[in-house]
Design a protein around this ligand. Sequence first.
Ligand code: HEM
Length: 292
Amino acid sequence: MSKDQESLIQPTERSTTYATYLKVSELLELQEPLTVPAQHDEMLFIIIHQVYELWFKQILHETKRAIHAVASDQLLMFSRVASRIKTIQTILTSQVEILETMTPIDFNAFRDRLNPASGFQSYQFRELEYRLGAKEPAYLRFHAHDPKATAILTQALKEPGLYDHFLQLLARRGFALPAELLQRDVSTPYQASEAVLAAAVKIYREADAYYDLYSALESLIDLDEGLLLWRQRHVAMVERMIGNRRGTGGSSGVKYLSQTLSKRFFPEIWDARNWLGDAQYDHSKDTSSTTK
Ligand code: HEM
């Protein structure tokens, strides 16, 4: 042993150690394949989903901080948090590749055993959609069997999402958004608004004057695109794995997932792209004030 290694601490039974702090033993007990005899790839399937759920937990933790930052006008903090979420999203998307080392034959060897479980029932994924602003109450019923998930989703549904908070911030910054938008029932799906589009176009066109808002718009679209890229990667993997067969959750599978690709959390920020460059947005309809 080198001199350096000799100084390493030998923990006692009462010390906080790597294993006790991180609950490693408990963590490693949480993978319970259902197949008998055990199918080799079921372990990968369980671990990859558990890793996703841990990252969803972290993203939700950060999303709540992002909401707090926007609600308290701390846009620098918001951009930093959004940048962390985006980095995690990149990992989530690239992780799909690991699953593709499993062939459809390997997957079919245990697929029937997990029926009707499906990622569709991930309540953290749905909470994330709600917290970002995509309020779709119809998803709640798929969690009716689980009181904990129902309580979490009901709470997320009734609290304003990130986008609703951002619209309030635009109003505080002098953009004249309609009262019915600012006082909308936040538990219902969001409808894109001409006034928000006008505000976004103005911020992009006058980026120097509205630099913090401009950065915030780019951070928001980063998050929206980050989730879209995961959806695209997931649906391609699903088609490769099960073709056009039905999902274990009971949906039409690839057909259902392809429809979700048109979801946008922040629609006007995407639409604003249609009015940049040489496109002429009609600012006579623009209700935004000039406060900067
Ligand atoms: C072999 C691997 C996988 C297959 C074949 C697969 C297949 C599917 C299918 C067919 C659906 C549609 C719902 C249904 O009818 O089941 C779905 C939804 C979903 N899956 Fe996967 N999936 C796989 C892996 C994963 C992984 C690793 C995750 C990570 C958490 C995941 C997360 C989700 C989520 C969140 C949804 C809901 C999407 C939405 O409603 O917008 N899936 N999956």
